[in-house]
Design a protein around this ligand. Structure first.
Ligand SMILES: NC(=O)c1ccc[n+]([C@@H]2O[C@H](COP(=O)([O-])OP(=O)(O)OC[C@H]3O[C@@H](n4cnc5c(N)ncnc54)[C@H](OP(=O)(O)O)[C@@H]3O)[C@@H](O)[C@H]2O)c1
Length: 267
């Protein structure tokens, strides 16, 4: 009897694996073609309940392609298990795991690497995608079609991945820091905390939506709300004096450098 086959295998039914599969189903993918592999029996039951029609099992099976969404420490085992099924291609979303590492753990497979960020958990991620020189255009198309279920995908060289990690990978944390500070600032200015939270979160979400309008540019959007000698100008002057721009440049550079160091340690 031929071994069982699935269309897509997802190693790891954690937050990222479940977000990807949930996004694909929301976009019309057939859940019966998706198999998730998860070692924890309670988690298997929970995810099978949440993602109706998806098989959630303990052992991998051969697929047209596999996504590896386990913690990097479990990466070698998960990649070897995929390779053992005869699945021809593998897309990793593991942070800091490089293409040469994936090629070593899954020899002979077409290997691709993606760096999503946490808004992918709500379908609003930005993800960088790369593959080895041996990867075919159709493998990149396959990976991109999966990742598009959780946001926007950009194809980039792997050499850009440390910068991507410092900018969009860590970026949500920079914005959350701004959010925390703005909430406190609102409270200090006399607003009840829930009011300050609603105003802060809505302001950040709304500004984000303006930024992703076609043709939007942040300098013009800022100029639009800055009347000469007005309230916004007074606030921005304080931020410029505090060198917020320079701090963000340094923050992204430091995070990218840390990503480079961690990648070297992991090799
Ligand atoms: N969360 C994000 O927004 C985000 C963003 C960018 C990149 N990533 C990357 O995505 C990966 C997963 O992150 P996550 O937040 O989804 O982690 P998570 O919630 O811990 O999920 C990982 C899941 O994989 C399971 N697992 C462990 N070893 C396995 C194996 N050999 N085969 C199959 N399943 C296995 C784990 O089970 P046990 O708990 O029983 O071990 C766990 O349920 C990480 O490498 C991370 O770097 C995540």
């Amino acid at each position: 009897m031929a071994p069982p086959v699935t269309r897509l295998l997802v190693m790891g039914a954690g937050r990222m694996g479940s977000a990807l599969v949930g996004g694909m189903i929301a976009q019309g993918a057939d859940p019966s073609g998706i198999t998730m592999v998860e070692p924890d029996a309670d988690r298997r039951r929970q995810v099978a309940g949440e993602l109706a029609g998806v098989q959630v099992v303990a052992e991998p099976l051969r697929a047209e392609g596999a996504v590896v969404a386990v913690k990097p420490a479990n990466g070698p085992d998960a990649c070897r298990a995929v390779a053992g099924t005869g699945t021809p291609r593998l897309l990793s979303v593991m942070a800091g795991v490089t293409l040469p590492m994936l090629a070593r753990w899954a020899p002979g497979l077409a290997v691709l690497r993606a760096m999503p960020n946490t808004p992918a958990l709500v379908g609003a991620g930005v993800t960088a995608l790369c593959g080895t020189a041996e990867v075919a255009e159709e493998d990149l198309d396959w990976a991109e079609s999966l990742l598009d279920a959780v946001g926007t995908t950009l194809r980039l060289a792997e050499s850009a991945f440390d910068a991507v990690t410092g900018l969009s990978g860590s970026g949500p944390a920079y914005i959350f820091l701004v959010a925390e500070a703005m909430v406190e600032a609102g409270v200090m200015a006399g607003l009840p905390r829930p009011v300050s939270e609603t105003l802060t979160f809505g302001t950040i979400a709304g500004a984000g939506r303006l930024l992703v309008q076609p043709g939007a540019d942040p300098a013009s959007l800022r100029a639009d709300v800055t009347s000469p000698g007005g309230t916004t100008a007074a606030g921005l002057q304080v931020l410029e004096r505090a060198a917020v721009r320079a701090a963000l440049v340094d923050a992204v550079a430091a995070a990218a450098e840390r990503s480079r160091q961690l990648g070297t340690l992991a090799e």
